[in-house]
Design a binder for this molecule. Structure first.
Ligand code: NAP
Length: 451
């Protein structure tokens, strides 16, 4: 059986050998999930809610363990990793309120009434990327389970460890066997089989736009519902009237958080031309103060990149790139890279393509219309920020920018109580928020005759 050697990106040491799930084992897992789902869906909603709360409690008891595992597997700073583990607990707790709130409608019609039910889809395949292995998985599995489905989760090949532990915690908390199975392995084997297997009723895919298109095409073959959370090249728009000190102080966090390996990274920094020079003077010390180092250190703001191959990919964008200034990074073992600020032209590939590393392109604009046009010149539309003291402009620009998640005078992107997802080639459908369970159901209408 093939396997993945999991490497600690901070010191390049080997931390685990994880066997890949072979194709036949994926099919066996689907068959077991089909049976487990029937019993799960037949439970009273309150019992499903209780089971999810117990799962949340188990995660709560393991926050530190999960966080330390993520520090070693992904190089996330310990403070961020703790937040991520706590977020999984919170997503599960929030989802535990959903089984009892999947309420249909009663519609008076000629000769009787129509009654609607939100029926589960059966087995849901959740395919996740390596950048936020725990949190993104929970956005799929928690509401899918709440809606009465079984879940098969495929973690990314580089970062399977926290997902595997979450699968164990589910069982330890008493969730029925085979209801939530974690199947590590290659995307081209496990992920593709989720897509082609006729008994997998829905796919939630988070990853690159390129692979997402293939997944969507595969789902189309079977008319299988799919949610896509894809790439981004989000704009952080700073107007001349903004609190420039605050905008500059927060800009590094908006793009270098998780070493820029964040779909919502504000990797294009659009600055009104009249304040460009002043803004860069404020930005440079903030970038140099951005603390890159050992992710186990509580004070660290940015760890290494996830792998040697990914660092090479990011570095490939920087050869001959117009560097304005850089921060610092450790030397020696580990996949380190210093935060980098570029001053490219609008057409340069560093300003248009998703780099997924600690790199930001500063692009000047002339006025409000130009800022909106420049923000919208991307194929992506996931996130973004607008900095201005003019409330009317904040509203106009937020409505004008084609993006699923915007933030005015802050860099917030994801809250589990609020719908999240992309426009254009950043995705299809929404996760999280009060209606998160609905995409994991299909509405059934039943007519009751009064004759
Ligand atoms: P990726 O290469 O597209 O992989 C994502 C997942 O898909 C992995 O588990 C991968 O498995 C699997 N996969 C690969 N080929 C597949 C196939 N043919 N069929 C089914 N599954 C397949 O993306 P990534 O490099 O892991 O993640 C980075 C990307 O994710 C970036 O573009 C980022 O913007 C995006 N992202 C989006 C969001 C969002 O919410 N919009 C959030 C996070 C990340 P392997 O690991 O085995 O290759």
């Amino acid at each position: 059986m093939s396997s993945t050697t999991v490497i600690n990106p901070t010191d390049e040491s080997v931390i685990a050998e994880v066997p890949h799930t072979p194709l036949e084992a994926v099919d066996e897992a689907v068959a077991r999930a089909v049976l487990a789902q029937r019993s799960w869906a037949a439970l009273a909603p309150a019992d499903r809610a209780r089971a999810l709360r117990r799962f949340a409690d188990a995660v709560d008891g393991a926050v530190e363990e999960l966080a330390l595992l993520e520090v070693r597997n992904s190089g996330h700073p310990i403070g961020s990793a703790r937040w991520e583990a706590g977020h999984v607990r919170d997503v599960l707790t929030y989802a535990s309120g959903m089984p009892e709130r999947l309420i249909g409608a009663q519609i008076p019609v000629a000769g009787g009434i129509d009654v609607t039910f939100h029926e589960p889809l059966g087995v849901v395949g959740v395919i996740v990327p390596w950048n936020f292995p725990m949190t993104i998985a929970s956005w799929g599995f928690a509401p899918a389970l709440a809606a009465g489905n079984a879940v098969l989760l495929k973690p990314a090949d580089w970062t399977p460890l926290t997902a595997i532990r979450l699968g164990e915690l589910a069982l330890e908390s008493g969730l029925p066997e085979h209801l939530f199975q974690v199947l590590p392995g290659r995307g081209s084997v496990v992920g593709e089989r989720f897509v082609t297997h006729p008994q997998v009723g829905k796919i939630v895919f988070t990853g690159s736009t390129e692979v997402g298109k293939r997944v969507a095409a595969g789902c189309a073959e079977q008319v299988k519902p799919v949610t896509l959370e894809l790439g981004g090249k989000s704009a952080n728009i700073v107007f001349a009237d903004a609190d420039l000190e605050k905008a500059a102080a927060t800009a590094p966090g908006s793009v270098f958080d998780n070493a820029g390996q964040d779909c919502c990274a504000r990797s294009r920094l659009l600055v009104e031309r009249s304040v460009l020079e002043k803004f860069l003077e404020l930005l440079e010390p903030a970038v140099q103060a951005w603390k890159v180092g050992d992710p186990a250190d509580e004070a660290t703001e940015m760890g290494p990149l996830v792998s040697s191959a990914h660092r090479d990919s990011v570095q490939g964008f920087l050869d001959d790139a117009p560097v304005a200034f850089r921060g610092t990074a450790p030397a020696g073992k580990g996949f380190w890279m210093a935060p980098t600020v570029l001053l490219p032209s609008r057409e340069d590939r560093v300003a248009t393509e998703e780099i997924f590393g600690p790199v930001v392109s500063v692009l000047p604009f002339d006025d409000e219309a130009d800022a909106i046009a420049l923000a919208n010149s991307s194929i992506y539309g996931l996130s973004g920020s607008i900095w201005t003291r003019d409330l009317g402009r904040g509203i106009r620009v937020a409505r004008g920018v084609e993006s699923g998640n915007l933030s005015v005078n802050s860099h917030s992107s994801v809250r589990y109580t609020t719908p999240f997802g992309g426009m254009k080639q950043s995705g299809l459908g929404r996760e999280l928020g009060p209606d998160a369970a609905l995409p994991f159901t299909e509405t059934k209408n039943v007519f009751f005759s009064q004759e």
